[in-house]
Write a protein that binds this ligand. Structure first.
Ligand SMILES: *Cc1c(COP(=O)(O)O)cnc(C)c1O
Length: 358
C-alpha cells in the first residue's frame, strides 16, 4: 500500500514542549536551547506589521509575495526574478528535490548535517550518498569523488548544523569549478548572518556568475521568525523559474510576508542580535575552558560541546534541571551536545546546570 521509499523515512519526532516539561517535572522555569532560535525575537517593527496583518487574514496571501520580494531584492541589490520563497527553508529543500530529482538520481550530503536534505531526496525516490565530515568539517574533495553521471543535487550546509563549521570561499569556488554541469549545488546558509569570518563565501556572486547554485536563506534564525515559517532561495532566473512550477500558490502565509518584509529592513536589530550572539559564544567558551571541556569552533548561534560522557545521559540530566539541549548521539556524536546560544542569564543557567551534571 505504502510507497517503498516512505518506509525509509521516519516521521519527525519533536521534543516535548517546554511548558509540558515544566509541568511534568514540577520546575519553576524551563530554558530551551535546542532549536537555534533567536532568543531576542524579531524586530519590534516586524511584530507591529504582523499584528496589523492579522486584520486581513480573511483574504488569501499575495501568491507572488510582491512586496516581500521587492524588499529582499533591494536588500541584496538583485532582481526579484532571482528570488524564490517558501514556507521555511524546509519547504524550499523539498521543492528543490521535487523540481530537479528524477527517481534513482543521487543526492550527496555531508554527515552529520541537516536531516531535511535526506528527507527531500528520499521522498523523490532519490539515492542518498552520505559523505562523512572529518574533524567536524566538510570534505569537499571526498564529495567530488562521489560525483557520478547520476548525481543531481549536492547539499552543503554552511555554517553546518550541528557542527557550526564553515567552508571557505576558496574551497567552495574550487569545488564548484570541478563539478560537471548536470549537478546543482544547494548552499544552505541558514546561519550566514551570524558568521564572523572574512573567508565566508559571498555566494550571491555565484548566482550572479550564473553557476548552478541555489542559496538558501531563512527568516527562522537571526530574523527571529521561526514560528511564521518563511525562507527564501537566491538563484538564477532559470532555476527559480523551474522551482516556481512546483510551488503551491499560497505557500507563504500573509503574516509571514508582512513580518519578513519589515524584518529584512531592520538592520539595527540584526546587528544587535549578532553582537549578543558573539558575546554569548565568548562567555560559553570561557566557561567551558575553565571546566576543562572542549568544543567545536562555531560561526553560528549554537555550539557543539564535547562533554566526555554519553550525550543521552547528559541530555536527560540537564532536562531534570530545566535545561533542554540537543544530544549529539542522534547524529552519531555520542559524547557531544549541541546548545543554542541564549540570553546571558540562560547561558549562565546552562553552565551552572552542566557543572552539576558533569
Ligand atoms: C534551522 C535551519 C533551517 C531553517 O529552516 P526553516 O524551515 O526556514 O525554519 C534551514 N537549514 C538549517 C541547516 C537549519 O539549521
Amino acid at each position: 500500500m505504502i510507497r517503498k521509499t516512505i518506509l525509509q523515512i521516519n516521521p519527525y519526532v519533536p521534543g516535548k514542549p517546554a511548558e509540558e516539561v515544566k509541568r511534568e517535572l514540577g520546575l519553576t522555569s524551563v530554558i530551551k536551547l535546542a532549536s537555534n532560535e533567536n532568543p531576542y525575537g524579531p524586530s519590534t517593527n516586524a511584530i507591529k506589521a504582523m499584528q496589523e496583518a492579522c486584520q486581513q487574514v480573511n483574504v488569501y496571501p499575495d501568491a507572488s509575495s510582491y512586496q516581500l520580494k521587492k524588499a529582499i531584492a533591494a536588500h541584496y541589490q538583485i532582481d526579484e526574478g532571482n528570488i524564490f520563497l517558501g514556507n521555511g527553508s524546509d519547504e524550499n529543500i523539498k521543492m528543490i528535490a521535487q523540481a530537479f530529482l528524477n527517481p534513482e538520481e543521487e543526492v550527496i550530503v555531508g554527515t552529520p548535517s541537516f536531516s531535511a536534505y535526506d528527507f527531500a531526496g528520499l521522498l523523490m525516490d532519490g539515492v542518498i550518498k552520505r559523505v562523512p565530515l572529518k574533524n567536524h568539517h566538510y570534505q569537499l574533495q571526498d564529495i567530488l569523488a562521489q560525483v557520478t553521471t547520476k548525481t543531481k543535487l549536492i547539499f552543503i550546509c554552511n555554517p553546518n548544523n550541528p557542527t557550526g563549521t564553515v567552508v571557505s570561499q576558496q574551497q567552495l569556488t574550487e569545488f564548484l569549478d570541478e563539478l560537471p554541469s548536470h549537478v546543482i549545488v544547494a548552499l544552505d546558509e541558514a546561519y550566514a548572518e551570524y558568521v564572523d569570518m572574512s573567508e565566508f563565501p559571498d555566494s550571491l556572486e555565484y548566482v550572479k556568475q550564473e553557476r548552478q547554485v541555489i542559496v538558501l536563506r531563512t527568516f527562522s534564525k537571526i530574523y527571529g521568525l521561526a514560528g511564521t515559517r518563511i525562507g527564501y532561495a537566491l538563484s538564477t532566473k532559470k532555476i527559480t523559474g523551474y522551482l516556481e512550477r512546483v510551488r503551491e500558490p499560497f505557500n507563504v502565509n500573509l503574516i509571514a510576508q508582512a513580518g519578513a518584509q519589515v524584518a529584512i529592513q531592520d538592520g539595527e536589530h540584526i546587528e544587535m542580535c549578532h553582537q549578543k550572539n558573539r558575546e554569548g559564544l565568548t562567555y560559553l567558551k570561557e566557561q567551558l575552558a575553565s571546566m576543562g571541556l572542549s568544543w567545536v569552533e562555531s560561526q553560528a548561534n549554537f555550539m557543539l560541546i564535547d562533554v566526555k560522557k554519553h550525550s543521552k545521559q547528559v541530555f536527560e540530566e540537564l532536562m531534570q534541571l530545566g535545561i533542554i539541549i540537543r544530544p549529539g548521539y542522534i547524529w552519531g556524536l555520542e559524547n557531544y551536545i549541541r546548545v543554542t546560544v541564549g540570553k546571558p542569564q540562560e547561558n549562565t543557567a546552562f553552565i551552572e546546570a552542566l557543572k552539576k551534571v558533569l
